[in-house]
Write a protein of this length. Structure first.
Length: 391
């Protein structure tokens, strides 16, 4: 495109320059309206190329616990574009969901398209809600995954753009990628960049110090117990999920190489013979469920320091666990909120683990301050409760 100044400005060079600069800024600074309103193409975490509507106003969440991730971008009204969601959040983390419902009461009116597992997801109900975009978890578990091909085909046949995010399967690689994708979907790339900058900075605080350890340093051995109190017996564990975050903090997970897949069960006799240096349990209990499920570790949005610690004391008195030296000596038995395994704030769990595993190396690291900073900057709700505890 070329542009020349009108002849009537030729006798006033200063005015002509100002006029030309103004016109050029209007012509060249912004893309044409047609380009601004054009559909965009993104690559999701399943490696799929997806074409998004030019303006996304109706979204569906394939897991309710994606709500905090959505809240990073929709702090004024997290339900504004939400036409449907799974019901796993209020089922699996009732205290956490209650906090969001208290801030945004309209969340209770958002239709649920399933309960807390992929098999309960209703394709028909989801399509009837006319979402433009469905945001699903890559690994599924509590909602449709990339392997639910029939569900995916039905949604796409109805004109729904489906994108997969991942905070669970490969969190250290895929959390920033997922936030970048959500920023593109929601038209809020700057918010995604701001979150990712903070997230990477906090992860680097751990990784940079671990790199200073001498070559060949042996990391402390850990028994990581999965969802303490969900079953009466011992000893459920994992190398995936929370185990990935544990590895990032410099741990020797005693379950590695001894269970198939991401999670499984270890023999109590093996643990007693091995005597891992640290015991860490993941908490799925809450203040509301502590009487009904007394063996669950109480952590989360409604937990108090006293209740959290007392629940860990009870959990470590179970047969198979009480025989471990780690629960008999101060400073070696801990618990952390289980739901960090599927949260964009997972970097905080890495910092918590780092302090437990290498207390001298990370003496000045304050994970609670990190969590407070991230809530203040990126969440529309205040930070409440307790998310880890120790004996």
């Amino acid at each position: 495109m070329t542009f020349s100044c009108p002849r009537w400005l030729a006798s006033a060079p200063g005015l002509a320059a100002l006029f030309c600069a103004l016109v050029c800024s209007l012509v060249f600074a912004a893309p044409p309206a047609q380009a601004q309103n054009a559909p965009q193409t993104v690559t999701d975490l399943a490696g799929r190329t997806v074409t998004l509507p030019a303006k996304v106003e109706r979204i569906l969440l394939g897991e309710g616990r994606l709500l905090p991730a959505l809240g990073v971008f929709e702090r004024d009204d997290v339900a504004r574009r939400l036409v449907g969601m799974m019901g796993d959040y209020e089922t699996l983390d009732a205290a956490g969901y209650a906090q969001w419902r208290g801030r945004f009461p309209q969340l209770d009116k958002v239709p649920r398209v399933g309960r807390n597992n992929a098999g309960s997801f209703s394709d028909e109900q989801a399509i009837a809600l006319r979402p433009q975009v469905a945001i699903l978890g890559l690994a599924g578990g509590h909602g449709p995954s990339k392997n639910d091909r029939e569900t995916l085909a039905r949604l796409e046949a109805a004109g729904v753009a489906v994108v997969f995010v991942d905070f669970r399967h490969n969190p250290l690689k895929n959390t920033p990628r997922s936030m970048e994708l959500l920023g593109a979907v929601l038209g809020k790339r700057q918010e995604a960049e701001a979150f990712n900058t903070t997230w990477r900075t906090q992860l680097e605080r751990v990784e940079s110090r671990l790199r200073t350890l001498p070559a060949g340093t042996r990391h402390p051995s850990v028994f990581l117990e999965n969802r303490v109190g969900l079953a009466d017996d011992c000893c459920a564990t994992m190398v995936g999920l929370v185990g990935v975050l544990l590895d990032a903090a410099g741990a020797d997970n005693v379950a590695r190489g001894r269970i198939p897949g991401e999670h499984g069960t270890l023999n109590p006799e093996f643990l007693i013979a091995t005597q891992p240096r640290l015991y860490i349990g993941t908490g799925i209990g809450s203040m509301a469920t502590s009487d009904k499920s007394p063996l669950r570790i109480v952590l989360g949005a409604d937990a108090t320091p006293e209740a959290a610690r007392a629940s860990l004391v009870r959990a470590t008195q179970r047969r198979g666990i009480a025989q471990l030296q780690a629960v008999q000596q101060p400073g070696r038995a801990h618990a952390i909120w289980h739901h960090y395994y599927n949260s964009p704030f997972n970097v905080v769990a890495v910092q918590v683990f780092a302090k437990w595993l290498h207390p001298e190396l990370f003496a000045d690291l304050d994970p609670r301050a990190t969590l407070q900073t991230m809530f203040t900057q990126f969440q529309p709700i205040p930070l409440t409760g307790v998310y880890w505890t120790s004996l």
